[in-house]
Every structure is written in structure tokens, then in C-alpha cells.
Design a protein around this ligand. Structure first.
Ligand SMILES: Cc1cc2nc3c(=O)[nH]c(=O)nc-3n(C[C@H](O)[C@H](O)[C@H](O)COP(=O)(O)OP(=O)(O)OC[C@H]3O[C@@H](n4cnc5c(N)ncnc54)[C@H](O)[C@@H]3O)c2cc1C
Length: 311
């Protein structure tokens, strides 16, 4: 093809082949995002190490290709127009090493897997987080948490790649401005490579505790595809779901997207939702809560592509 974009893609693809980096072309977002909808993604690249990631970023910079890092894509919506760039899927960077009660964990490791592995190593602390379907890197960026625990409390440092200089650095957790479901703008030009956890040695098998957290979640949250909570809790520290419920929006449907009857801050894909359905419904919730209670809901989810659902 002589079309500029595809010419670049072909050149870039042959560079990825030379580097031995795994990739897929023209991928359906339904296979990527836990919302199971969205448009097509031009390239999904899967580096297996920080070395491959650096080579990949160097190549993408050389060809002026836009890119976006993802972990488990459990908090990220991809718009129906898709993404005309390279999604960097970090799930293969999933190493783990232990020194006493300290674990150094690759950014792509899933939290449920990590909690199970820590339990086998007789280390406790991650049990509540075993119910969050995200990766360690995504959880750090979003300061994920549940049942009164958040990831920032369990770590000592984060090793990251500065995407401008392609150099590795380590930040002590105190340097990172963690707050409720946020790490500020600390990781804006950075990719989390690995995270050092400080856990508590235990002789107890924590499997039962993890199962009880799972059961609690199953009672209060839907199992249909979603991105978890759409909005953050409000400035008065009340759950966004409380206001969405009070506004009478539980069960409201637009296309295939529905405000969950079980948990009003979850919008689920009932099977045929488009990303546009989801965004329209989220906008409706935001506007109605503003109108009825003069409360501004700020979104917790991230969005790849153009949209009107402001932060
Ligand atoms: C059913 C369900 C339940 C959920 N429950 C909870 C919950 O209880 N508590 C909670 O906090 N969240 C919850 N979530 C949301 C989500 O799982 C968390 O926010 C999770 O931490 C996101 O991780 P991820 O790997 O999926 O991130 P992604 O969605 O892949 O990415 C999120 C953001 O992080 C960035 N990112 C990802 N990896 C990296 C990296 N290595 N370096 C730099 N940037 C990166 C992305 O660019 C994006 O901006 C839930 C989601 C679902 C679907």
C-alpha cells in the first residue's frame, strides 16, 4: 500500500518482526476491554520484558506512531471508532521474585494471580485485592482498592520507565502522590515496570479469607461485562452509586448498556452494548445526579478515543 499510514505500519511491523516482539493486527476491542465492546485497534503489541518494551517504544517513536499502555483493560473503554495506534499490552511482563516478606512483581501480573501466589508463599495482605480484575501496573496508576484496603498501603517502591528518555528509575512510594483511586499525574510520562510489595508473613492459609471477599463481591456487584465503578466516590465521601440509585436510574438502559440493578455505579454490557451506549448512559447518570443533587460525579474509568464524558 502506498497510503501513508499503512506504509508506516508495514515498515513498523517489519521492525517488530526483527525485534521478535509479539503483536496482533486489527484487533476487536471486545477481545481486549472487560466491557467486551469498542472498535478495532490497529496493532496490539505484547513486550515480554522491559528490554523489549524499550525497543518497542524506540521503534514507535521513530515511526511517529501513537501508543497507549494497558494492563488488563478492566478500567478502560475503547470508543467505537477504535484506536489508530499501538496498544501496548503489558500482560506478559509478569515476573515475580521473593526476598523474605518482600515481593518484586512485574507490572502485567494480575492481582488475583498475585494474591494466590503470595498465599502459597505464606504472605498475607493482598487478600481484599484478589477480587480486583486488574494488573499490578494499572492498579498502581489508579491506586486500586476495596474492602478498606488500597494498593498504595502494601508497597514500598515502584520501578518505572521514563518514556521520554527510555531510562529506568525507582520511586519510593512516599514520592508518589497517591490519593483515593489516583496516583496524581505521577505516571503521565511513565510506564510502571515492577512494584515492590512488603507483605506480612503468616502461617495461616488465606484462601478462605479470599473466598469470603469474593462471595461478598458476588452479592453486591454484577457479573456481566463492565469496567467496575464508572464514577469515583463524591467529595462528601459518599458512593456515586448512592446518588445514581436515588436519582432512580437503576435498571435504566440505553441500547445494550444498563445501569446495574445490583450496584448503581456499574454500567454493564447486557450483550449488544456499544461504547457509545455506555458513554451516553454514563452521561445521563452524571447529568441527572447534577440536576437533582447538585453533585458532580467524576469518572473513575479511562477512555481511549474521542468522547464527551469529562473527568
Ligand atoms: C468487575 C470489576 C470490578 C472492579 N472492582 C474494582 C475495585 O473494587 N476497586 C478498584 O479500585 N477498581 C476496580 N475495578 C477497576 C479496575 O479493575 C482497576 O482500576 C484496575 O486496577 C485497573 O487495572 P488494569 O490493569 O485493568 O488497568 P487498565 O484498564 O489496563 O489501565 C488503566 C490505566 O492505567 C494505565 N496503565 C495500565 N498499566 C500501566 C502500566 N504498567 N504503566 C503505566 N500505566 C499503566 C492505562 O494506560 C490506563 O490509563 C473493577 C473492574 C471490574 C471490571
Amino acid at each position: 500500500m502506498t497510503n501513508g499510514i499503512w506504509y508506516n505500519v508495514n515498515v513498523m511491523i517489519s521492525a517488530l518482526n526483527q525485534l521478535g516482539i509479539e503483536y496482533q493486527l486489527n484487533v476487536d476491542s471486545g477481545e481486549i476491554s472487560t466491557l467486551r465492546c469498542g472498535g478495532r485497534v490497529k496493532v496490539v503489541a505484547k513486550p515480554k520484558s522491559s528490554f523489549e518494551l524499550i525497543m518497542l517504544l524506540d521503534t514507535l517513536n521513530r515511526y511517529n506512531e501513537p501508543y497507549y499502555p494497558i494492563g488488563a483493560c478492566s478500567n478502560t473503554l475503547i470508543v467505537d471508532a477504535g484506536y489508530n495506534g499501538v496498544l501496548i499490552d503489558l500482560s506478559l511482563i509478569n515476573h515475580l521474585s521473593q526476598t523474605h516478606s518482600t515481593l518484586v512483581v512485574g507490572c502485567g501480573t494480575r492481582l488475583p494471580t498475585l494474591a494466590l501466589k503470595a498465599n502459597r508463599l505464606h504472605l498475607s495482605g493482598l487478600e481484599p485485592l484478589c477480587t480486583i480484575p486488574g494488573s499490578v501496573g494499572g492498579a498502581i496508576v489508579k491506586n486500586a482498592g476495596c474492602f478498606g484496603e488500597e494498593i498504595a498501603n502494601l508497597i514500598t517502591s515502584v520501578t518505572y520507565l521514563d518514556i521520554k528518555t527510555l531510562t529506568e528509575h525507582t520511586a519510593n512510594c512516599k514520592e508518589i502522590p497517591f490519593e483515593y483511586r489516583s496516583s496524581g499525574r505521577f505516571f503521565d510520562d511513565k510506564i510502571v515496570l515492577s512494584v515492590t510489595f512488603k507483605l506480612t508473613p503468616t502461617n495461616k492459609d488465606c484462601l478462605e479469607t479470599m473466598t469470603s471477599y469474593r462471595n461478598k463481591r458476588l452479592k453486591s456487584q454484577p457479573t456481566s461485562p463492565s469496567l467496575g465503578s464508572v464514577f469515583k466516590r463524591t467529595a462528601d465521601v459518599i458512593s456515586a452509586g448512592y446518588y445514581i440509585d436515588k436519582a432512580g436510574l437503576k435498571g435504566t438502559t440505553i441500547g445494550g448498556a444498563k445501569v446495574s440493578e445490583k450496584h448503581a455505579n456499574f454500567i454493564v454490557n447486557t450483550g449488544s452494548a456499544t461504547s457509545a451506549d455506555y458513554l451516553k448512559l454514563a452521561t445521563l447518570c452524571k447529568n441527572k445526579v447534577k440536576e437533582e443533587f447538585n453533585i458532580t460525579l467524576n469518572r473513575e474509568i479511562d477512555i481511549i478515543g474521542e468522547h464527551n464524558l469529562d473527568k
